[in-house]
Design a protein around this ligand. Sequence first.
Ligand code: ATP
Length: 435
Amino acid sequence: MAPSLDTIANLAKQRGFVFQSSEIYGGIRSAYDYGPLGVELLRNVKDEWWRRMVQERGDVVGLDSAVLQARQVWQASGHESVFTDPLVECRNCNQRFRLDKLTDFHTCPNCGAKESFTEPRAFNLMFRTHTGPVEDEDNLVYLRPETAQGIFINFENVRRALRLKLPFGVAQIGKSFRNEITPGQFVFRTREFEQMEMEYFVHPEEADRHFEYWVDERVKWYTDLGMTAENLRVRPHEPDELSHYSAATVDIEYAFPWGWDELEGIANRTDFDLRQHAEHSGEDLRYFEQDSGERFYPYVIEPAAGATRTTFAFLIDSYHEEEVRGETRTVLRLHHRLAPYKVAILPLSKKAELIEPAEKLAADLRRHFMLEVDVTQSIGRRYRRQDEIGTPYAVTVDFDTLEDQAVTVRDRDTMEQDRIPLPGVLTYLKERLGQ
Ligand code: ATP
């Protein structure tokens, strides 16, 4: 059974994954801080995305563009004008509506909820700030609401520097900011979040084929990292749902505790963005194909995922409660690559004669794995704590270790234990952790 939102939020706080931002001042609802465990999990999710999208491919390169960009970027992309209408949002389904488009001010046209609208606001989703000391219109800049535009404006820089030929992609992971009207559902929708986006530039005639390919490829990424296939679905957008730039979009959705909701969008953005930036900047952003002598604007296939949202989904998906000898065991069955700590080292007692070999083993293994040495509480409680944070292996150093130079290694999922000679521990763990 899927855990409730409260269960996950509690575990996240108690075990150091996610804290409410500014909690000692009462907290702000729209931002979260990632604790020692959360920062590892989030980082592993981003690393796995980068590994699959950049490292393991020959046709995708990386980029890290600035959060602050010229205001014209957002004029060209349409963001400055698209979000400046008076908007209301339905508190029930979180859909936003332009006030001037509503025919009935009392009923949500999407979910039918009554009197569920927020107060109308002339709303631009982008956060505004100013560069330099003078806070006037000339110095206005936005915090980026997506990472994608940083890629489009560098299309020619990247292509030329790396001598890239179509099809090729540019990938970026980074923070984005949206002044969401109703943030909520824990870290699902926040005002500051991280995205993992890739723009794949193709010949316009090949766009459909690449689109299909990326939908399959992206679903596979989630399941390869252990996400339950039944909890994922691909939902094509209805024609009236499509963004102004998009020829086709599907959402990869996850069965969150409140229902199906978006994890990632995959869009055929056509040549909209490159054309817009060419027009606004005066730069020729067309691609020249030597063989055919053709000059054209490439189409773009964009898989756009949320790093923080995806991390949240992995947390939910891995959460299991099970009966073990009459007691409930909570375990995060995280894929080994995602687990924050790969190994826990647990000396059976606090006596120096056990702490010493435990610390020595930890020092050796730390060069290979993220690990924790835990000396407090009973061994049973320590196992339970490691299960709750998803640590795949726990290594116990006991009094027999002093005699036989061996340790007990416990598997998180099967709870089976193996006695392994100390010199073989690293190989044993490496084989099982796939590293
Ligand atoms: P939504 O409909 O949920 O607001 P969107 O369709 O506007 O999302 P995109 O612009 O397609 O989102 O962004 C790509 C991805 O970035 C989303 O699939 C999501 O994972 C993530 N994302 C977008 N907005 C937020 C947010 N406010 N908080 C956390 N993640 C977000």
